[in-house]
Design a protein around this ligand. Structure first.
Ligand SMILES: [Zn+2]
Ligand SMILES: [Zn+2]
Length: 328
């Protein structure tokens, strides 16, 4: 499924199977999750995609080809491919161990072709070798929704007890399982009057659920915003206690309305999460050894990608949407 021009539906077409170059592996895609970032790419809110582009950066697949000098992976290995597809290792940020901020980074499904396809080719250093228990299309959302949720959660520190999650979709439904296992109280905020998402959050053990304009019954220690709505920033600042933190987990948000300094006063912190590091991936999959999470997914065949994207755009997906490749 190819994005030829932004703001247009993807086009289903035959392309040649990509061959792995030096340092690369060829992957037969099992499934690829649809992330909200893909919507921002398709809808033109992220302005620098390669075009034409095969989107998708929540890839589960098996290695079918190995390029020169790759020694870390072999044919038939199960791998996961995330958003971060390449970093330079030389810039100021790479040298500070902040490769997520690399000046020359490349991103899967944005500046590199991604996983809305039967085959893809990736730099072997940026995919994760996975155990067989992830050999299932339902694992795909772990590669971004899971990872970015984890990075956001890690950022608030382990002392935060009352945690607000704003936007209860793919990322939050994974993260709540980790937070619950660590005895946190989760306050889930959905679109106002979205009773389906609220009951979903309740089923997953949220301490409290409500609409985004409702006030939580207790002050929050931290808030993580997954919905791309700028007006949630002053709202979340209002909901957190002194010294609390608001983390914005998305790559794009609508404009933030002006707000009074009182909301930030008393050492409240507002911070964004950008991309991920490879270490995040290693830490995340290590954590999942002791905290098993189950993803709730809606599967679509690749050819129905546009329909799946539209459902996600309208907030009609419970959990995560995943494109499943045809397996002969
Ligand atoms: Zn760099
Ligand atoms: Zn993503």
């Amino acid at each position: 499924m190819v994005l030829e021009h932004q703001n247009q539906p993807l086009v289903y077409k035959e392309v040649s199977i990509p061959k792995p170059g030096q340092g690369e592996v060829q992957i037969k895609v099992i499934a690829c999750g649809i992330c909200r970032t893909d919507l921002h790419v398709i809808d033109g809110e992220l302005t620098q995609p390669k075009l034409p582009l095969i989107p998708g950066h929540e890839i589960i697949g098996k290695i079918t080809g190995i390029g020169a000098v790759v020694e870390s992976l072999k044919i038939d290995d199960l791998v996961g491919v995330p958003w971060l597809g390449y970093t330079c290792g030389k810039c100021k940020f790479c040298k500070l161990d902040k490769e997520n901020l690399c000046e020359n980074a490349r991103f899967t499904g944005y500046t590199i072709d991604g996983g809305y396809a039967e085959y893809t080719v990736v730099d072997a250093r940026y995919c994760f070798l996975l155990s067989d228990k992830y050999d299932n299309p339902a694992s795909a959302p772990l590669l971004c929704a899971g990872l970015i949720g984890f990075r956001s959660y890690h950022m608030i520190g382990d002392k935060a007890k009352n945690i607000g999650m704003y936007g209860f979709g793919a990322a939050a439904h994974i993260l709540i399982q980790i937070a619950k296992a660590q005895n946190k109280k989760v306050f889930a905020f959905t679109r106002d009057n979205d009773s389906k998402s609220q009951s979903f959050a309740q089923d997953l053990g949220a301490f409290w659920v409500g609409g985004s304009s409702d006030s939580p019954p207790e002050k929050l220690d931290a808030a993580i915003i997954f919905a791309p709505a700028g007006e949630l920033i002053p709202k979340a600042l209002q909901d957190i206690d002194k010294g609390g933190m608001v983390i914005c987990g998305g790559i794009h948000m609508s404009e933030i309305p002006a707000f009074s300094y009182d909301l930030l006063w008393e050492e409240r912190v507002l911070k964004s999460v950008a991309n991920l590091t490879r270490q995040d991936g290693l830490d995340f999959f290590e954590l999942l050894k002791s905290i098993p999470v189950t993803t709730q997914t809606e599967f679509f065949p690749l050819i129905r990608a546009n329909e799946a994207i539209e459902k996600l755009r309208k907030g009609q997906i419970r959990g995560a949407a995943v494109l499943v490749m045809h397996q002969e």
